[in-house]
Design a protein around this ligand. Structure first.
Ligand SMILES: Nc1ncnc2c1ncn2[C@@H]1O[C@H](COP(=O)(O)OP(=O)(O)OP(=O)(O)O)[C@@H](O)[C@H]1O
Length: 258
């Protein structure tokens, strides 16, 4: 895993920026506003995700959580403001998209979906070497999908599909992992397995951002929280962010419920 420390000075950020989340900034947002035509999905977002941090992104429906992830990963462009991915992390971000964003009718096997995680190392036309093939087999085994490797993804259940997407991230082996609602439509056992994999990434020193809806799970397992409601309501240590007052403010600022 290519994790290289970058000092706050070298990254061009003040020590105060780094101090807000306890480490060196990996992803920095400065007054970021994103929207479509007449709609402003996010406005004035400023803050940073520190190296090695584990952050839950929480907020009501329509709060701009997916919009934030898509902006950070370059799928959307900020209308104003600046998103900075600090060196050496620019090419080191992997995304687990919302399951509803994936075309499950595409005729690809579970094995091939997971293999796509190696794309950055292998490229489009080179053959997978022995080490990559073993890495893919190990990832399938870790998520319990060895016997589904040759099945088309259209035949996987919701929980199996989430396991396959986690296996793809395992193969990616990126220093920054971004996950959009990874526990949606999964049973309790799958949720626990995937949660343990995710917490393992955090223990390994990766930077992990996860959009979630379950405040109890966030309180139990996520040290940092970004509470969004079309703008930042609060961002910092989870206990300080998930107060009744902040949650009430988030509900009143956004259109939907949690
Ligand atoms: N492609 C788009 N075109 C126009 N508006 C969009 C588009 N995608 C999202 N929006 C709007 O932007 C706002 C934020 O959407 P977003 O999906 O980021 O919210 P969210 O917090 O992830 O919601 P949820 O919890 O329901 O998934 C919503 O009002 C949504 O309708």
């Amino acid at each position: 895993m290519p994790i290289h420390p970058v000092s706050a000075e070298a990254s061009g950020l003040s020590a105060a920026d780094a101090a807000t989340t306890g480490g060196r900034p990996v992803i920095q947002l400065d007054d970021v506003t994103v929207g479509w035509n007449g709609v402003t999905a996010l406005s004035g977002v400023t803050g940073s995700f520190a190296e090695g941090s584990l952050t839950a992104i929480l907020g009501p429906n329509g709060a701009g959580k997916s919009t934030l992830l898509k902006t950070v990963t370059g799928q959307l462009t900020a209308r104003t403001g600046q998103v900075t991915i600090h060196p050496p992390f620019e090419g080191g971000i992997s995304l687990l998209p919302q399951i509803s964003d994936i075309d499950r009718s595409f005729p690809i096997t579970t094995h091939d979906l997971v293999s796509m995680g190696a794309w950055r190392r292998v490229g489009a036309f080179r053959r997978y070497d022995k080490a990559e093939r073993q890495r893919i087999r190990d990832a399938l085994a870790t998520v319990g999908l060895t016997d589904k490797a040759r099945d088309l993804i259209s035949g996987l259940s919701g929980g199996q599909m989430q396991r396959a997407l986690f296996a793809r991230l395992i193969v990616c082996d990126a220093p920054v992992m971004i996950l959009d609602e990874p526990f949606t439509a999964v049973d309790e056992g799958t949720c626990e397995l995937l949660l343990q994999i995710l917490l393992g990434w955090h223990r390994e020193g990766r930077t992990v951002l996860v959009v979630l809806h379950d405040a109890a799970l966030v309180r139990r397992c996520f040290p940092q929280t970004l509470l969004l409601a079309r703008q930042v309501v609060a961002w910092g240590p989870t206990a300080a962010v998930l107060t009744d007052a902040n949650l009430e403010q988030a509900r009143s600022l956004a259109l939907g419920g949690f």
